[in-house]
Design a protein around this ligand. Structure first.
Ligand SMILES: Cc1cc2nc3c(=O)[nH]c(=O)nc-3n(C[C@H](O)[C@H](O)[C@H](O)COP(=O)(O)OP(=O)(O)OC[C@H]3O[C@@H](n4cnc5c(N)ncnc54)[C@H](O)[C@@H]3O)c2cc1C
Length: 381
């Protein structure tokens, strides 16, 4: 067993760390306050190869493995959770779905633009009435006159307003349940697709989240991703990979908050001494470090298994569950260590705390992760 990063992975981590210090951390607070999507930073991440992290080079990507990608998402999240969410959803949800299941023609047409970051990807499963119970979706696709006609709506879609390409899940055969859902590739600007207003969120405020509405949206058969009616099975596989990125994002947010808390505890003096000399503060820091290290290791293990072509669904759910809850606990402690200053926006820890909350909700809530994990323990599959 080797816990060391390779030279390549260390170089990647250091490169992103330097980028985040220079181009992300100084702006994260303003982006959050204004709820402003950071197009420029995303374009720079594209130049660094991080918008096509796991896309093979032949389609214009960086061809990273999942371990390298997880390291990248964690490093970005240390500086800004919202930007890491943009990267994670673009890479792991939209782009990964097209790469894994799309036809060669779709891959050739869309992956280079997505991988460069010139085109942003969104992935639309959740609806106003169906989140955890995603199979209960109402959006339907009907085959009429040689085309698919899509009607319905989607909720909480990351890159909903800024996306150039959407992967949309719709019911194509209601009788068939999980074998009756199809994934469609929809280009922004297609007649029949409209986006609702940007949602005003608690955290992850500079990541773009919107509602999508489909009214007689016409999709050519060539834009079906994977087989007709295989969309739900493909989605479940895609989400398992996505959970590794949310676990990495969680670990990064927690570690970012911990670094702030350590620095503050050394500066802030009460009763004539730095608060870091109080055992109560030290214990909080020790608990944060312990849990976040476990979160990081669980994340890298799931990534390693995926890269090795071994089963990883259970490990990804465990990593996502633990890392997101560890990040929540760590960010709450970071606010506590800052006292009243933790509660105001001049200090970044309140933002880390708000951002961490999303990780317990998105790509399957903590309750859903527990269901996945327990089901596999009991049924053995
Ligand atoms: C900022 C943000 C970005 C998002 N981005 C995307 C995106 O890009 N694409 C996309 O498709 N979706 C996206 N989502 C949606 C997200 O995946 C859902 O919000 C999530 O799956 C939960 O669904 P819901 O909000 O409908 O909650 P519900 O499913 O209604 O859950 C409400 C509560 O009930 C609990 N619950 C539900 N079922 C069970 C059960 N069987 N057992 C125990 N407890 C249960 C849940 O855990 C939760 O606590 C995003 C959400 C947010 C907030």
């Amino acid at each position: 067993m080797d816990f060391d990063l390779t030279q390549e992975q260390t170089a990647l981590r250091d490169m992103i760390r330097a980028f985040v210090e220079k181009e992300v951390r100084p702006h994260a607070r303003a982006w959050d306050e204004e709820g402003k999507f950071p197009f420029e930073a995303v374009a720079k991440l594209g130049e660094l190869g991080l918008m096509g992290a796991m896309v093979p080079e032949e389609y214009g990507g960086s061809g990273m493995d999942t371990v390298g990608y997880a390291i990248a998402v964690e490093e970005i999240a240390k500086g800004d959770g919202s930007l890491a969410l943009t990267v994670a959803s673009h890479n792991s949800l939209c782009t990964a779905h097209i790469l894994a299941f799309g036809s060669e023609a779709l891959r050739r047409k869309y992956l280079p633009g997505l991988a460069s970051g010139r085109m942003l990807g969104a992935w639309a499963l959740t609806e106003p009435g169906s989140g955890s119970d995603s199979l209960n979706m109402r959006t339907k696709a009907e085959w009429k006159g040689g085309c698919w006609i899509i009607n319905g709506s989607k909720m909480f879609i990351t890159q909903g307003n800024v996306g150039g390409v959407y992967v949309v899940l719709a019911v194509s055969d209601r009788e068939k349940g999980r074998d009756g859902v199809t994934a469609f590739l929809v280009e922004a600007g297609t007649k029949g697709l409209s986006t609702g207003k940007k949602l005003n969120k608690l955290g992850m405020r500079s990541s773009d989240t919107a509602e999508l509405v489909f009214e007689d949206l016409e999709i050519k058969p060539g834009n079906v991703i994977g087989e007709v009616n295989s969309g739900f099975r493909d989605t479940m596989r895609n989400l398992a990979g996505g959970r590794i990125s949310i676990a990495a994002l969680s670990a990064g947010i927690g570690l970012g908050a911990m670094a702030e808390a350590i620095a503050y505890s050394k500066e802030r003096r009460q009763f004539g001494q730095p608060i870091s000399s109080f055992q109560a503060i030290q214990w909080m820091l020790a608990d944060m470090a312990t849990e976040l290290e476990a979160a990081e290791l669980l994340t890298l293990r799931a990534a390693y298994l995926k890269d090795a072509g071994r089963p990883y669904v259970q490990e990804a759910a465990i990593a996502k569950l633990f890392a997101s809850e560890a990040a929540m606990r760590a960010t709450i402690k970071a606010v506590q260590i800052h006292g009243g200053y933790g509660y105001i926006q001049e200090y970044p820890v309140e933002r880390y705390m708000r951002d961490a909350k999303l990780c317990e909700i998105g790509e399957g809530t903590s309750e859903v992760q527990r269901l996945i994990i327990a089901r596999r323990l009991i049924r053995g599959n």
